[in-house]
Design a protein around this ligand. Structure first.
Ligand code: GLN
Length: 242
């Protein structure tokens, strides 16, 4: 029987940079167009929550200060969060939200903040920030566009979201962007990422449906507006390169 897809939106009061809330709006709208119901629960504190009640986990980006407060709170559900990811629960984590899934985050002044260590990677931040529009080429999702603004450089050997065509991504050397582990996506892309990259929105909804045991409605949607928005960024970057 069909039921609503439960989305846990972690710390929307703290982790909400550069329009990250747009991801939730896109997720809801795209689900609606497919005839799916989505329930979003704002998790401003993890006190008393059960991660296993969720079908999709979402964490946005935040400043180092907000990131620290959020991490301290998320420590409470660290083991359940990890278990859910290992069990294939779909998740989208952006920038700061992505960084603290790793072992540690080293601030530009050398302070070491403990991460949740859900996955084996770390991030080191520098004062000069990696900022601007970004285009990546992904085997799974095709062309992905977004906007990045981070001091953190993330290093790991997991599968990534794709190769950087223009911009920075995980750091200033690898030319790789994000992480794709089971159904967890971590990325530096704000913008927000989902409205322009409908392939990723559909991926999250589809994985959630499959995990619940519901059929994913393969409704053909008109993506011309989303594609046109994507091409605005691609064109601008190509012109900048000239
Ligand atoms: N505080 C992190 C950094 O600067 C994350 C910033 C963000 O979420 N945009 O690297």
């Amino acid at each position: 029987m069909n039921r609503a897809i439960e989305v846990f939106h972690f710390m929307p009061d703290k982790l909400n940079l550069y329009g990250d809330i747009g991801n939730i709006i896109a997720l809801k709208q795209r689900a609606k167009w497919r005839g799916l119901e989505v329930n979003v629960t704002d998790i401003n504190t993890t006190q008393g929550i059960k991660i296993s009640d969720a079908d999709i986990l979402f964490i946005g980006g935040g400043s180092d200060r907000e990131q620290k407060i959020a991490t301290d709170d998320l420590f409470r559900v660290k083991d359940d969060f990890k278990a859910a990811i290992e069990d294939g629960m779909p998740a989208l984590t952006i920038c700061g939200g992505y960084q603290f899934l790793g072992e540690k985050y080293i601030t530009p002044d050398g302070q070491e903040l403990k991460g949740l260590h859900i996955l084996d990677f770390y991030t080191e931040s520098k004062k000069d920030r990696l900022t601007g529009n970004i285009v990546i080429e992904s085997e799974t999702f095709g062309q992905i566009v977004g906007f990045e603004n981070h001091g953190g450089r993330t290093y790991h050997d997991y599968n990534t979201l794709g190769n950087v065509v223009s911009g920075y991504g995980n750091n200033d050397t690898d030319k790789k962007e994000g992480i794709h582990y089971k159904n967890l996506l971590g990325t530096y892309l704000h913008g927000p990422i989902l409205p322009k990259n409908h392939e990723i929105t559909d991926y999250l909804l589809k994985q959630a449906c499959e995990r619940i045991g519901m059929a994913f409605p393969e409704v053909r949607l008109d993506n011309s507006v989303e594609e046109a928005a994507k091409q605005v960024i691609v064109k601008r970057l190509m012109e900048d390169k000239k």
